[in-house]
Structure formats: structure tokens, C-alpha cells
Write a protein that binds this ligand. Sequence first.
Ligand SMILES: [Zn+2]
Length: 282
Amino acid sequence: MHKEIRPDTADTTRPDNVRLYDQDALWVRSYLDDPHYRTKARLVRGMIPEGAQSILDVACGNGAIANLLKDYWTVGGDRSLTPLRHVTGPAVQLSADSLPFPDRAFDLVMCHQALEHFSEAVFHPAIHELARVARRYLLISVPYRERLAQQDARCADCRHIYHVWGHLRSFRRVREVRNLFPGFELRIHAFCGPENSYMTPQGLWIRQRLGGRWAVTPTALCPKCGSRSQFAAGFPRRAIAAVVDRIEDRLPRVPAFWWLVCLLERTGASGDSIVARQPLAP
Ligand SMILES: [Zn+2]
């Protein structure tokens, strides 16, 4: 049984699913309608140090955060043109592993909810590029201790199993993020978002493999065959999943918030103390 439980850390053998991120349905909605996301956006903004004036938001999506930073010189960059149409300020189509900017071009480089999507081929070059282009600060957020398998869908057509949001890796420790950037020191980190409610690996395995209940979202797209059909078993298998869910609901959980946000500063940057800005009023 355990052989089939997918590890929660990097599973970068999975293919990059370019078409997943090109769906307009992912980007037409305002992420700020979600109160957790609003809180996150305020937190991110509040963590931008005094003195930072130019900002690059790598993998900015539809500008959910970049559009809030109009009082800075903020450039949004994303691989896909579909979300960039929603960015209200300067926007550049780019790939995170090859940023079209000179060294230290921006006071602060931010990257939110993107590192977990990067395939192995992109991840390490992208980390290098974020650090290269940042003059002084990096502001990075990732899902915290995500158990990837819980958001797995099963393609109804080809049976391929894939993460519905395209996440390929999970960050288990704050120092995992810090250690990605050896030329930087971690200054502030914070958690925000809803509290996770993860099942035990065994319960999840039974629910998915025996109960036939997998994650379902309208924008999921099988990276192997391109199908949108997501498998869900009928009765009686789904009764197994229902029983497992009821048992799991009664088990104690280790609470953890959904996002980790880290502010890092280049080692040896001028000795000015950092003064965090006040978060925006709600
Ligand atoms: Zn498929």
C-alpha cells in the first residue's frame, strides 16, 4: 500500500502542463474576492520594506498582487499572455528561468504561488534568475506543507493521476525556502490563508484508490491527454470514500496555514534597517 502513496515533496517527474495555465477561466476571476487572498495580498504589501521602489512580480498571473502595487514601479511578468491581459501596469511575457533583465534590475523581486508549479528543468534556473535580478530583496510565497496527493485528480479518459492545480513540489520547512537563496538572508516570514485539513496518507489512499473519490475542479486539465473529465466512482465504491471521510473528520489534525510568505535580503546589502510598511486597511 505504501508504495503507492505519493511523497509530499518534489514529484518533478510530472510533465509541465502549459495549457492548464492558459485557460481564461483561471484568470477572469478576482482572487481578491477570497478573504484569505485579500489578507495575503495585504500581508505581502506590508512586507515590502521602506526604500524599495522598483518591483518585479515573476509569474504574476492576472496581477492579483501586482495590480495593488501602483505606488511602486511594478512590472508583472508571466509566461502566458492570457493572464497578462488582466495586468493593469507594465507587463512582460517571460519565462522565470530566463528573465529578460540585467543583474539587480529591481529593488525587490517577488514570486507568489509559482515555485510549486515549476518543473525540475525550470525550478533551479528560475531560483537563480530571481536572485540575479533582485538588487536587494526577494519576497516569496509558497503553499506550506502541502500534501500534494490530496489535490490529485484522476483523468476519466486516460486514468492519469495529476495535481488539479499543477503543483509539483511541496515546501515542508521555512528553511527550505531560505536555503534556496544562499546569497540572501531570511528577514521576515509569516503564515496566512485558511487552515489546512489534510487526511492521513492511509485514509487518502483508501478514499482515492478504493473509494474512487479524487479531487475535482472545473479548471483541471489532464497533462497527459488534455481531457477535462475527472474520474469519480459511483455506488458502492463511493460509499467507501464517504466512510473514510467520516473517520478522518474525527481524527486530530496538525494545524498549518496554507501559505508561507518570506522576505529575504541580499547578504551584505547596505546596513539600513528594514522598516516594514503598514499593511493596508481592510
Ligand atoms: Zn488524461
